[in-house]
Write a protein that binds this ligand. Structure first.
Ligand code: SF4
Length: 498
């Protein structure tokens, strides 16, 4: 087995997890990337394609494995700038994004990243460690390096006309950082060789039972079969209270039901434990009534879907600025009215901002509240649209002033249910309050997938695929706002009940 850069970087994050990935192929399925992760990878490819424009004479190594190493050597002998140069040495294998010839037989090494800033000094995908690994393998394979550079996106770039790759990208020469990392990385590479060669599963354990759920990898249940699927690791913000979690684990307490009354927890944590222990919901009808009474008629339930490409697609956008390609709006004119539905889905390769704001202005008047779930998102999209199009700022500022966050009722602990499992996401709240409504039957079940599908829809030439994606996107976004309306209605009924 050759250790690639991906394997080595995985090893640095968690060597046990890395060993399982390498030696337990049955886990491969569990590691399957989500659509959102695939989209991020594709965006990395987009940045790499754009960065190659900085090297117009570059030649791509298309072969794989040992053939790629030979092809690289042939191209180096001709003095070519090479994309995806391959080197192998001492049990390691690496593909370098770009190498280009420098004076006196040396080479410059470039790593292309789809980030806006250099990641340095962090265990999760540190760019300098990544570059150091490549430099070590290339040097061990006999290459003399001059500069070691990371190419990044420039977050201040704003597209105007044709893509300007010289301004879109920034180059950071990192040779001093690589020199500093060299000894530790060399040592870690040697250790990885020994560790990953073991055929019997290493017994050095997995210590993520001391971390919150978001820090655990997908093999956690394999390493900790004694920890239930819903455990103390799922207590809200417990990952930020490392001492509390460690205290519970050291006492062998994995179930919420086992947490002693006197254990020090925040109000939200206490409430989550209380409802888990008793099965009794916490419902503060007075506070719910007050929150709902602060909404003004008519009510506009609004939700955006956005796509944030690494490479700006339209004028006025910078890297990763979200394109608001879709919205759904349910309008309720009074307590006994039926909600009216309006929607917008942009289906062409152009900036939808003008159409979005024109339609919102048409449907959302100066009276009434705009109800959203997690207001920072919708407010942020509006603020960015206003910054991009100052002529639309008046409407967007007005709408931002009308926004009320339905989720606040749950964040503020006016309603806590065992079934929420500590979450205030609409996907956690909906099945409890309105069990008849569900995302399960939909082709698109979350915003990340919606975003990936939209980018497919506007680029495909297949009419049937286009209309299937369009239908799925409309179904998903409509459910988001109808779900808000249904939750609002249920909360009203609960708040007004005796
Ligand atoms: S759960 Fe954590 S410690 Fe355990 S294998 Fe996964 S990443 Fe490593």
């Amino acid at each position: 087995m050759l250790i690639t850069k991906t394997i080595f970087l995985d090893y640095l994050i968690c060597r046990k997890n890395c060993w399982l990935k390498v030696h337990r192929p049955e886990f491969i399925e569990a590691f399957a990337l989500s659509e959102l992760e695939l989209q991020l990878l594709e965006q990395g490819d987009d940045v790499e394609r754009a960065a190659r424009m900085l090297f117009p004479a570059g030649v791509l190594v298309v072969k794989t494995g040992a053939d790629a190493v030979r092809e690289t050597q042939e191209l180096m002998a001709k003095g070519a700038t090479i994309f995806q140069a391959a080197f192998s040495s001492g049990g390691f294998f690496v593909r370098c994004d770009v190498i280009s010839p420098a004076p006196e037989g040396a080479w410059d090494l470039f790593e292309i990243k789809g980030n806006n800033a250099l990641k340095e000094g962090i265990d999760d995908r540190d760019h300098i460690t990544d570059l150091t690994f490549q430099a070590i393998v290339a040097e061990r394979a006999g290459v003399t390096l001059r500069n070691r550079t990371v190419i990044l996106l420039n977050k201040t770039y704003v597209r105007s006309g044709a893509l300007d790759v010289d301004r879109l990208l920034q180059q950071m020469e990192c040779s001093p950082g690589v020199a500093t990392k060299h000894p530790d990385t060399t040592r870690a590479m040697d250790e990885a060789l020994v560790y990953l060669k073991q055929t019997d599963e290493p017994q050095d354990g997995c210590d993520c039972h001391y971390k919150g759920r978001s820090r655990q990898c997908s093999t956690f249940p394999y390493s900790h079969p004694d920890v239930p699927a819903y455990s103390v690791h799922d207590i809200v913000r417990i990952g930020a209270s490392k001492k509390k979690l460690a205290d519970l684990i050291d006492r062998g307490i994995f179930n919420l039901e086992g947490i002693p009354e006197e254990f020090n927890l925040s109000r939200a944590q206490k409430n989550q434990v209380y409802v888990a222990k008793t099965g009794q919901s916490i419902i503060d009808k007075v506070r719910i009534r007050e929150a709902l009474a602060s909404y003004q008629w008519p009510l506009h339930f609004l939700d955006y879907e956005t796509f944030a490409p690494a490479i700006p697609m339209f004028d006025g956008y910078g890297p990763y600025q979200p394109i608001p390609f879709q919205f759904s709006l349910h309008i309720l004119t009074g307590p006994d009215a039926e909600p009216a539905h309006f929607e917008f889905l942009h289906d062409e390769l152009s900036d939808p901002t003008g159409d979005v704001v024109r339609l919102l202005d048409e449907h959302i008047g100066a009276d009434g509240s705009v109800i959203v779930w997690y207001a920072p998102f919708e407010r942020g999209v509006n603020t960015e649209m206003a910054a991009r199009c100052p002529n639309l700022a008046t409407v967007l500022t007005r709408i931002n002033g009308q926004i009320r966050d339905l989720r606040d009722i749950f964040v503020d602990q006016h309603y806590v249910h065992e079934g929420f499992k500590g979450s205030t996401s609409i996907k956690a709240v909906l099945p409890v309050l309105v069990p008849d409504l569900s995302y399960e039957h939909l082709d698109i079940k979350n915003g990340g997938i919606a975003s990936a599908r939209w980018s497919e829809m506007i680029t495909t030439t297949d009419g049937a695929e286009r209309s299937a994606i369009s239908g799925a996107l409309k179904d998903y976004c409509e459910l988001d706002t109808f779900a808000m309306y249904a939750i609002w209605k249920e909360l009203n009924a609960i708040a007004l009940s005796q």
